[in-house]
Design a protein around this ligand. Structure first.
Ligand SMILES: Cc1cc2nc3c(=O)[nH]c(=O)nc-3n(C[C@H](O)[C@H](O)[C@H](O)COP(=O)(O)OP(=O)(O)OC[C@H]3O[C@@H](n4cnc5c(N)ncnc54)[C@H](O)[C@@H]3O)c2cc1C
Length: 452
């Protein structure tokens, strides 16, 4: 089933022998014990491809709550993908569609259920932390959206009303002075809105905690076990890695932005990995932090379409993340790193003497329909998938992992608890080899819009 196809990115991004050199990898503590590379010929009820939040949440629920025999096949160590290197924002949204676009495409009720699922996702992360004893350094209680130009404050009150009604949570609008008192001050901070939902965490501590929980609950975790070939054996699936084979009745594809087209024809051409990039500063003194009146522990993003996301993490290091890159050669990566540091200095000029200790990147996952997809591949019975979180997967990947576990077990009709937004048909991009050019064109257009 595995075919050779042109890759969209330089292959170095898939090198999974060790974690990227992120601040999270440097501060997450010990590696997880109790996992091994797959060797020999093994079998199980459900094989999960991908050991990030989606795969681990699916495996954990299947093993712990439904007593299934589950194994995870992961190309790197546990949490090697986006799950071990993201910004740590836990929020309710995971589409690239705005509120009105969602309502137009799916209707009011489905949109409402989608956001209810998003709030459940936030609660589920906290709940798993408590149930499984995961200390993931939670910070903040809500999310802040900042107007990066004065014109982005126009209509903010009306919008906040609609957004709050849809979410069923309080949304406050802050003017520039209120933002400076409760959040921070800077040349691109004209006010904003504060949503009483969401928080932030240490992503790799969370990922490793999930891996330990899986192993404790009897899941077989096989790291350094990339699936290189997929064969059909009657109704069963045989997954081949460098060290062995795993035969399973059901397979869950939980590879999100790191999905290769060659993995399975049912997903080929349906996803578009997009680079997301992060810098982290050295620890700042209290005096340095105060230069921009930074007081909030909450995760923050701004109103650019090419969004910047940022937060003060424990120990007064500042984290800034952004997208807009589509090349990952060594030279292009270095160029982007310099650009991101320039943006940091422009947005927080009083911090232009603060050194940057870390830079890293990874893939978020866009889908052709611009919504996440959870379900069974229509022409491949027994092959399930959950992916496409558009950079909003900390909560949503956890939720989707549990959702796919519940769908596989099939005790409850999905209509009762899962929004049709995330159950819509997986679509192929038109001319999939053009995908990166669509992204480049979109970034160009967004960049122009953001100047207004
Ligand atoms: C820099 C960055 C910042 C982000 N910031 C945020 C944020 O602040 N908040 C938020 O909500 N989301 C954020 N995201 C997105 C979020 O991290 C993801 O949506 C989420 O982690 C997805 O989890 P996952 O388990 O589905 O995928 P991943 O964690 O990416 O895991 C997929 C795994 O599949 C494995 N894999 C792929 N192919 C194979 C194969 N053939 N065989 C075996 N294994 C395979 C990979 O090795 C990988 O570990 C960010 C992402 C990045 C990259």
């Amino acid at each position: 089933m595995i075919r050779a196809m042109a890759e969209l990115y330089h292959p170095s991004i898939y090198k999974a022998d060790r974690h990227v050199e992120s601040y999270w990898a440097a501060s997450a503590g010990d590696e997880v014990d109790g996992w091994s590379e797959l060797s020999g010929d093994e079998r199980c009820d459900v094989a999960v491809i991908g050991g990030g939040y989606t795969g681990m949440a699916a495996a954990l629920h299947l093993a712990r709550d439904y007593g299934r025999d589950v194994r995870i096949l992961e190309a790197g160590p546990p949490g090697w993908g986006a799950s071990g290197r993201n910004g740590g924002f836990v929020g309710p949204d995971s589409t690239k569609l705005g509120l009105s676009e969602l309502k137009n495409a799916f209707g009011d009720e489905a949109t409402r259920t989608y956001y209810r699922n998003g709030l459940e996702a936030i609660d589920l992360v906290r709940q798993l932390g408590e149930e499984e004893g995961i200390d993931f350094d939670p910070q903040g209680d809500g999310e802040l959206g900042v107007a990066h130009t004065a014109s982005r404050m126009d209509g903010m009150h009306e919008w906040a009303q609609v957004w709050g009604d849809m979410l069923g949570r309080k949304v406050e609008v802050w003017n520039r002075e209120q933002l400076a008192e409760r959040g921070y001050a800077g040349p691109e901070a004209f006010g904003g809105y504060f949503t009483h939902a969401g928080f932030a965490l240490h992503p790799l501590k969370y990922g490793r905690g999930l891996a330990r929980a899986c192993i404790r609950r009897g899941v077989g975790f096989h790291g350094h076990s990339e699936v290189m070939a997929w064969e059909q054996d009657g109704p069963r699936h045989r997954l081949r890695t460098r060290g062995g084979t795993l035969t399973a009745d059901k397979v869950i594809i939980a590879t999100n932005g790191f999905t290769r087209d060659k993995l399975h024809p049912g997903v080929s051409g349906t996803l578009l990995p997009a680079l997301s990039n992060i810098i982290v500063t050295r620890p700042m003194s209290d005096e340095e932090v105060a230069r921009h009146k930074w007081v909030t522990e909450c995760p923050v993003w701004n109103t650019r379409t090419l969004v910047f996301y940022y937060r003060m993490i424990k120990g007064n290091r500042f984290l800034l993340g952004a997208r807009a890159a589509t090349r990952n050669t060594e030279a292009a990566t270095e160029q982007y790193r310099c650009w991101l540091i320039e943006q940091f200095h422009a947005m927080w000029p009083q911090w232009s003497d603060i050194e940057i200790d870390y830079f890293w990147r990874g893939f978020v996952c866009l889908s052709a329909a611009r919504v996440p997809h959870i379900g069974e591949l229509p022409e491949s019975p027994g092959v399930w998938h959950a992916f496409g979180y558009h950079g909003g997967g900390v909560g949503w990947a956890t939720f989707s992992g549990r959702a796919v576990a519940r769908l596989i077990v099939g005790n409850e009709p999905a209509d009762a608890w899962l929004s049709p937004v995330v159950r819509s048909q997986l679509r192929r991009f038109p001319l999939p080899w053009m995908r990166l050019w669509y992204l480049r064109a979109a970034y160009l257009w967004y960049g122009m819009k953001d100047r207004r």
